[in-house]
Design a protein around this ligand. Structure first.
Ligand SMILES: [Zn+2]
Ligand SMILES: [Zn+2]
Length: 509
């Protein structure tokens, strides 16, 4: 394996990376120095970078996508409920991985007048169960039908086939971006209403994708069958209000006359009007003013579009294709998902208009853009400048949507993504062991020496510490490891016996 290879014989980094993509090994492995403390021997080992974006590392992104597909498949037609009665009462707004930013931390109690109730929808107590109904077919076969649903946002103005507005001047860019900014809120509300309408904790695996007009839409796998008419009623009736201070009219637009940072006598930071030196209202004060005034309307109200697509599916053929569809774009950035072609000038102009809108609207209570509207953001600090908030909703490719690509409910499979990943490794191990192949020594961080101290130490390596040749060698090791593993696995699965030891080195040479 460690044939002495003069360093300057190694192919270029680009070639090594191309080979890595070809065999499915990480292209940008993170290096660790593995030290065997019993012998003092040290060697470099590559750890996969784990990127989810193919633009950074295609093999890691593809592995991630497959893992998501597994997660989606496993939860869709479950016949054993991951919810145990001990799991407690209904919890609304529960993505497996909640957004860190946004409003989740400060849910305020609203007066009943402003509760987003829906008088025309059924409202049942939500039971602690998540499986749909079972139907018995011929010869006692059981079916657990599930749903595939696509929900879109409303119209912001007529668009051409390429997604660009027929009349850009009357197109409602502001509303489209606001809807994208608060999309997660509408989605949560929809799930909440759906659970109340059906009386159990409906579970979902959802992928948020941009449409050609660059508005988000969501494809969801829903476990269990829900009557179409009821689902449609829930989608049409659901709305979400954003009770933020009004931000219709910018107050400070001149970059030379922006609010200035100041720390008061008690050491509390706030922003002041640059001319009068009057403090701007704090976030809490601005919210209290909204609460106190019964005439104030919500700063924004979201509704889904009337166009929605609802399909009932059973496990197998069509459901598998739907899983492919749900996970198809996960390795791409939001903007890449739309078209394989270069955007036309018209499409670029449309994207630019949206980006300009997204740059200046407030994305969250902590957004620096509140300064533009004369309000001190929540958790203020002196480096806040309107138009320069670093949250991802403002990134031009995001068109206002700052949330996650995949939204998975807590009890979809009852497992985390890490646990799904461990499952896959375990499944591979079982195949290999059944064929009598022992896995290569894992150098486990938990393995102990006779004296009880850890045998192996993993030390971080600074990228600058490695010269180009060492990096390429490590990349080659990553490729070799991958090829050996894949080869062993395929042979074990196909029952063709242990691999020919000569074949690995031949592949990478
Ligand atoms: Zn990688
Ligand atoms: Zn922001």
């Amino acid at each position: 394996m460690t044939a002495p290879n003069p360093a300057n014989d190694w192919p270029s980094t680009e070639i090594m990376q191309a080979v890595a993509v070809e065999v499915g090994a990480c292209v940008h492995p993170i290096m660790r120095r593995l030290i065997d403390t019993t012998t003092g021997e040290a060697r470099l080992v590559p750890i996969p970078c784990g990127a989810t974006w193919a633009g950074h590392c295609p093999p890691c992104a593809e592995r991630h996508r497959k893992l998501r597909a597994t997660q989606c498949r496993e939860g869709w037609h479950l016949d054993e409920d991951p919810i145990r009665p001990a799991d407690g009462d209904d919890q609304d707004n529960e993505h497996e991985d909640q957004e860190q930013d946004g409003e989740s931390g400060d849910r305020r109690v609203r007066s009943t007048r402003r509760r987003d109730d829906l008088p025309d929808l059924p409202r049942l107590p939500v039971e602690a169960r998540s499986l749909g109904q079972v139907y018995e077919g011929n010869q006692g076969r059981c079916y657990r039908p599930s749903m595939f649903v696509t929900i879109t946002m409303p119209s912001y103005g007529r668009v051409h086939d390429d997604g660009t507005p027929a009349d850009p001047d009357s197109y409602d860019y502001r509303r489209q971006v606001l809807d994208a900014l608060h999309f997660g809120k509408l989605f949560d509300r929809l799930i909440q209403n759906l659970r109340r309408a059906v009386g159990y904790r409906v579970q979902y695996f959802a992928a948020v994708e941009p449409q050609k007009r660059l508005a988000p839409h969501v494809h969801m796998a829903i476990r269990g069958a829900i009557p179409r008419a009821l689902l449609r009623r829930v989608i049409v009736a659901t709305y979400a209000n954003v009770w933020w201070p009004p931000f219709d009219e910018p107050v400070y637009t001149d970059p030379a006359r922006l609010p200035v940072w100041d720390v008061d006598d008690e050491g509390i930071g706030r922003f002041l009007d640059p001319t009068t030196r009057t403090p701007l209202p704090s976030w809490a004060d601005a919210l209290a003013a909204v609460d106190a005034d019964p005439t104030v309307a919500p700063a924004h109200t979201l509704r889904a579009g009337r166009q929605c697509d609802i399909k009932g599916l059973v496990a197998g053929g069509k459901a598998d294709r739907a899983i492919g569809y749900l996970t198809k774009y996960l390795t791409k950035s939001i903007a890449e998902g739309i078209t394989d072609d270069e955007p036309s000038a018209r499409q670029r102009a449309h994207a630019d208009r949206l980006a300009a809108e997204a740059r200046w609207l407030p994305c969250s209570p902590q957004c620096a853009n509140w300064l533009r509207y004369g309000i001190t953001p929540k958790d203020p600090h002196g480096r806040m400048t309107p138009g320069y908030c670093d949250k991802r909703a403002h990134l031009s490719e995001r068109c206002g949507y700052g949330g996650r690509r995949v939204l998975v409910s807590r009890h979809w499979t009852g497992k985390t993504l890490t646990e799904h990943s461990a499952d896959r490794r375990e499944a591979a191990r079982v195949v290999l062991e059944a064929a009598g192949i022992e896995l290569p020594d894992g150098c486990s961080a938990t393995e102990l020496r006779e004296d009880g101290e850890p045998r192996w130490l993993y030390e971080p390596v600074n990228p600058g510490e490695l010269n180009g040749d060492e990096y390429r060698q490590a990349l080659a090791a990553s490729v070799r490891q991958r090829v050996a593993w894949r080869d062993q696995y395929q042979r074990a699965r196909d029952g063709t016996g242990p691999p020919d030891p000569a074949s690995h080195s031949a592949t990478v040479a």
